[in-house]
Design a protein around this ligand. Structure first.
Ligand SMILES: NC(=O)c1ccc[n+]([C@@H]2O[C@H](COP(=O)([O-])OP(=O)(O)OC[C@H]3O[C@@H](n4cnc5c(N)ncnc54)[C@H](OP(=O)(O)O)[C@@H]3O)[C@@H](O)[C@H]2O)c1
Length: 332
């Protein structure tokens, strides 16, 4: 095999902790008719990667690769025969259906976005999952608009840092929860109005105080079961709880009378199980609504740290320590 036909990639032979991640040499993937093969230069970590590494994630049927990694930035190195918009040598970034932790990765042509002039691969890789998730949850699902209020849980997470900025950009009041004083300070720096350190205060009581007893219109929730009762308490009449992650509990206990009498809405959101057409639409909305804001610097990717591919185990340990603020990126 010629050297260009193989690649280094992170594989998980036996699901487990970060030590389950190993570097191996694999064949480079061959693009289908409407796919690009991207020489990956930066690939962002996401919490879903931890779940997949541990064996707790069922891959969607359209997964292009069983390898970890759902967002990358790099250079097009080959295109399928039906691809018209892209040519080898172009710098692209975007969501991928797995396979991002590798030197080469397949990307659907409709999910590729040109990397703006002057952006690094690291900045580009830090952007799509965070801004697509923030847009799809807060704006498409939650209908958040100017003058409303939102509580963003895990405000210092990769997704949370984008949610705070997206919500501010539409003119909403933003509250948050975090795990440390340092993250609290940094979330205020992103434009949020107030927040609590989750281990030190009841966030529902704090929200009711900040909103003079009314509650928030929308909650961006990554916590799940353990926060359900407090989340319902923190919503205003008719408010929406957006379940976007389940970091603490798949099951919750709550007084459902609250949901009925106060006309609350509980809505779920996941990007990965969407069809290809829906993911292309998600990319289009990101490109139209948030790429100009990112290029203008009105919102920005928040980058916690970068690790070389060889240190992927350390990168996973860092994410699982809950110490990161913003995105963790692998450089290749
Ligand atoms: N539905 C979707 O399409 C979609 C897409 C992308 C991400 N997500 C979800 O979004 C969430 C954030 O993902 P990410 O990649 O941005 O993660 P991340 O950067 O690793 O941040 C996660 C943060 O959550 C907080 N946290 C961890 N365990 C917690 C717990 N038990 N209770 C409360 N907070 C906890 C920690 O911050 P503090 O200690 O500061 O609180 C941690 O740093 C995840 O739940 C992920 O599954 C969903």
């Amino acid at each position: 095999m010629r050297t260009t036909e193989v690649m280094r990639a992170v594989v998980v032979r036996t699901p487990g902790g970060p030590e389950a991640l190993d570097l191996e040499t694999l064949p480079r993937p061959v693009p289908g008719p409407r796919q690009l093969r991207v020489r990956v230069h930066a690939s962002a970590l996401n919490r879903t990667d931890m779940l997949q590494r541990a064996g707790g994630y069922v891959l969607p049927p359209d997964a292009a690769s069983p390898l970890l990694g759902v967002e990358v930035a790099g250079v097009v190195e080959a295109v399928g025969e039906a691809v018209r918009e892209w040519v080898p040598g172009q710098r692209v970034f975007g969501l991928v259906n797995g396979g991002g932790y590798a030197e080469a990765c397949l990307m659907e042509e409709g999910m590729a976005v040109p990397i703006p002039e002057g952006w690094s691969f690291v900045e580009a890789a830090a952007t799509p999952e965070a801004y697509c998730t923030a847009h799809e949850s807060l704006l498409e699902l939650g209908g958040l608009r100017e003058g409303q209020s939102v509580l963003v849980h895990a405000g210092g997470s990769g997704i949370g840092t984008a949610c705070i900025q997206v919500a501010r950009a539409v003119g909403a009041r933003v509250f948050f929860t975090v795990g440390s004083e340092e993250k609290h300070r940094r979330c205020l720096g992103l434009g949020a109005e107030a927040g609590v350190v989750r281990t030190q205060a009841d966030f529902a009581a704090a929200v009711l105080e900040w909103t003079h007893g009314r509650g928030v219109d929308v909650i961006e929730d990554f916590v799940g079961g353990a926060a359900l009762e407090r989340n319902l308490r923190a919503l205003c009449f008719g408010g929406s709880l957006l379940l976007v992650g389940l970091l603490d509990g798949l099951r919750g206990d709550a007084d459902l009378k609250q949901v009925v009498l106060r006309r609350l809405q509980i809505k779920g959101m996941a990007l990965r199980p969407l069809s290809l057409d829906e993911k292309v639409a998600v990319t289009k909305r990101f490109r139209e609504r948030w790429l100009p804001e990112l290029v203008a610097g009105r919102v920005r990717p928040v980058i916690d740290s970068t690790f070389p591919l060889e240190r992927v185990r350390d990168a996973h340990r860092h994410m699982e320590s809950n110490a990161s603020f913003g995105k963790i990126i692998l450089e290749l």
